[in-house]
Write a protein that binds this ligand. Structure first.
Ligand code: ATP
Length: 305
């Protein structure tokens, strides 16, 4: 659904996107993560045809975004990290305006009603946008991004400024939109929440993709094991990292998390090896790899390289 090849974007004197290539499958929800200044906003703006890259290709739903940005806008819904709303308009007028600007031709009133229902804004339709709270304004802005039923939704920091209940509602909305066939790319620093609905993680750092991985259930062939020792023991972590079935080792005090390939038999042999090496194991278990842990593991692995 999204295909990016060798994308390079430069601000005067600064390369913000440095030869980035990736693709995103239909019906996925991809968490775009990375430290401040990694290039997330710049990348999203390029995908939406709002910035002109130095070189590279971007295709969204088969449309060449660089050659035909206006056509791509009909396919993409975009929420900017800092968005503007017309404060003097009512919520209904804002949604109507977005519908017309995004090329909705028929049944605009139905689109407005449905979008207001999705965003829990039905009671607010006649209120002036300038008088709404930050969270409600955020919902209106998301409504404007989805009113034309785009196939691809790009949300830059949609959860910032929302209270816990509104963030929960946002997560539920993104899940519903996924079921209705929208492919989403969502950036946020609140990794624990992205993990609740993201199916993939794309990690950007210094303008480069440093990792793209599927999230979710452990596979039989690859799993993360948590090994808790009585006390921290770097020699055990060192020994684990030399084993062929162990792909990554991260230590956090007396706890070691390693990514292991193979099924139950490999896991059992690994435990036997630890016991034979006299490691004081107090706990040995499989752990679900959530987005926050994936992110921190990747950052740590790169810092130790
Ligand atoms: P954050 O998480 O803080 O929002 P980000 O990952 O979205 O950061 P970008 O806003 O895309 O990062 O910025 C990427 C890099 O480009 C940064 O080094 C930033 O300082 C620089 N940059 C962004 N906008 C401009 C601009 N208009 N002119 C010059 N440099 C810019």
């Amino acid at each position: 659904m999204i295909e990016v090849r060798n994308l390079i974007f430069e601000y005067p004197g600064h390369r913000a996107i440095d030869d980035v290539s990736f693709s995103i499958e239909t019906d996925s929800v991809t968490a775009l993560v990375g430290p401040n200044g990694a290039g997330k906003t710049t990348l999203m703006r390029c995908l939406c045809g709002l910035e002109r890259p130095l070189s590279g290709d971007i295709f969204v739903a088969g449309i060449d975004v660089i050659k035909d940005p206006r056509r791509s806008h009909k396919t993409i819904g975009y929420l900017a990290d800092t968005f503007g709303l017309y404060d003097e308009l009512q919520v209904r007028q804002c949604l109507r305006y977005a519908a017309e600007a995004n090329g909705v031709k028929n049944q605009i009133d139905i689109s407005v009603t449905q979008t207001a229902e999705r965003l829990n804004l039905t009671d607010r339709l006649t209120q002036r946008v300038g008088g709404l709270s930050r969270g409600l304004r955020q919902r209106v802005a998301i409504g404007q991004a989805i009113i034309h039923e785009p196939r691809v939704l790009i949300l830059d920091e949609p959860a910032s400024g929302l209270d816990p209940e509104a963030r929960h509602d946002l997560a539920e909305l993104i899940k519903i939109l996924k079921v209705s066939g929208m492919t989403s790319l969502v950036s946020s620093h609140i990794l624990a929440e992205l993990g609740a609905y993201a199916t993939e993680m794309l990690m950007l750092r210094d303008g480069q993709i440093i990792e793209q991985r599927l999230l979710g259930k452990q596979t039989e062939s690859r799993r993360h094991i948590s090994i808790e020792l009585l006390t921290a023991n770097p020699a055990i972590a060192e020994m684990l990292s030399t084993r062929p079935e162990v792909h990554s080792v991260n230590t956090d005090g007396a706890r070691i998390i390693c990514e292991v390939s193979g099924g139950n038999h490999t896991q059992q042999r690994l435990l036997a090896t630890l016991v034979a090496a006299d490691a004081a194991v107090v706990n040995f278990s499989t752990v679900e790899q959530d987005l926050q842990r994936s992110y921190l593991d990747s950052i740590r692995q790169r810092q130790t390289k």
